[in-house]
Design a protein around this ligand. Structure first.
Ligand SMILES: [Zn+2]
Length: 329
């Protein structure tokens, strides 16, 4: 089938050696009757015009008018082959709009479509392409957001459906439901794919709720960067804490694994993040090697209690019984 672009630029066969008009350029021409009247007016004025310069202007107008009349008659011949209510000459519509369906492709559609069969076909095409282009734009925006989350490149492709243990995967997908304040706690020994699963949830969350920001941080690395603010100029401790306390969705990986001498210091810093997220019902995905009760012993009671309340009873995933992905099956 001929594409809209081809139809628009399709050249109308001309007998004359004049330029070949496209269907699109014929659409806007005045009626041939109006052009005939204008032409005879101009010819009469030439007869009575004695001034040579004004006469030459009129002659130029006549030539132009004749050309347009030829085109209008050409248009009329095409129009005669079209249904009675059709004004589009077979292009389907008028007023162009370009929709991007993912670079470098773009499509041309009509804003206004004709009532004829061609027009109806073009209307359907437009009404499918525009939502498609919007969905594409959203997807591009989401993927763009994704690559700036801090998720390690190797893990950015993790999705719920790529996670190997199906039953846990399904539990989680249901868990997400329609709640935007949803949080989850994933725990189990090393090698069970906790981080990959956490990222799969985060992606699912992004698709459903499009949070303004997403951050991924490895808990031991987070505490190391907070400690480092004591020894250097630059990023302040508050700035780092705010980054993780206020982001739209936080993935806090490997919580409880950090080795610290001063637990009070760690508890206080962590509480600034966890307490804020708890109070503001901000979704958080946490992974750990230990269960919730043991976690409280490592990060302090108040942090443990806040986390338990955020995730509720249903959103704790224990992967202990799952296959170790780092061992041969
Ligand atoms: Zn039409």
């Amino acid at each position: 089938m001929e594409s809209l672009k081809d139809t628009m630029t399709r050249l109308v066969p001309m007998d004359e050696e004049h330029y070949q008009p496209s269907l699109l350029s014929l659409q806007g021409l005045p009626s041939s009757a109006a052009l005939s009247t204008l032409l005879s007016d101009l010819e009469q004025r030439i007869e009575h015009e004695e001034h040579w310069r004004r006469r030459s202007y009129l002659l130029a107008d006549v030539a132009l008018c004749e050309r347009r009349l030829t085109l209008a008659l050409q248009r009329d011949r095409i129009q005669a082959t079209r249904p009675a209510d059709c004004w589009c000459l077979g292009t389907g519509g008028r007023r162009i709009m370009t929709v991007d369906i993912g670079a470098p492709l773009s499509e041309v559609v009509w804003l206004e479509t004709c009532g004829c069969e061609d027009g109806q076909r073009e209307a359907i095409r437009r009404d499918t392409l525009i939502p498609e282009a919007r969905a594409k734009a959203n997807e591009v925006m989401r993927v763009g957001k994704w690559s700036h989350t801090g998720i390690p490149l190797r893990l950015q492709g993790c999705r719920l459906w790529t996670w190997p243990t199906a039953s846990k995967r399904l539990d989680g997908a249901e868990m997400l439901g329609a709640r935007q304040d949803w949080s989850v706690y994933i725990w189990g020994p090393t090698g069970r794919g906790k981080t990959g699963l956490a990222i799969g949830y985060a992606w699912e969350y992004l698709q459903r709720f499009a949070p303004p920001t997403i951050r991924f941080v490895d808990a031991p690395a987070l505490f190391a960067s907070l400690r480092a603010t004591y020894n250097r100029q630059g990023e302040s401790e508050d700035a780092i804490i705010n980054l993780y306390a206020r982001c739209g969705l936080l993935i806090l990986d490997d919580l409880g694994a950090e080795q610290v001498k001063d637990t009070t210091w760690l508890e206080d810093r962590l509480y600034q993040i966890v307490g804020h997220r708890h109070a503001n019902m901000l979704p958080t995905v946490i992974t750990s090697n230990v269960g919730l009760d043991e976690l409280a012993g490592r990060i302090g009671e108040r942090n443990g209690w806040r986390i338990a309340e955020m995730v509720g009873t249903g959103n704790v995933l224990n992967l202990t019984g799952c296959h170790n992905l780092r061992e041969e099956p």
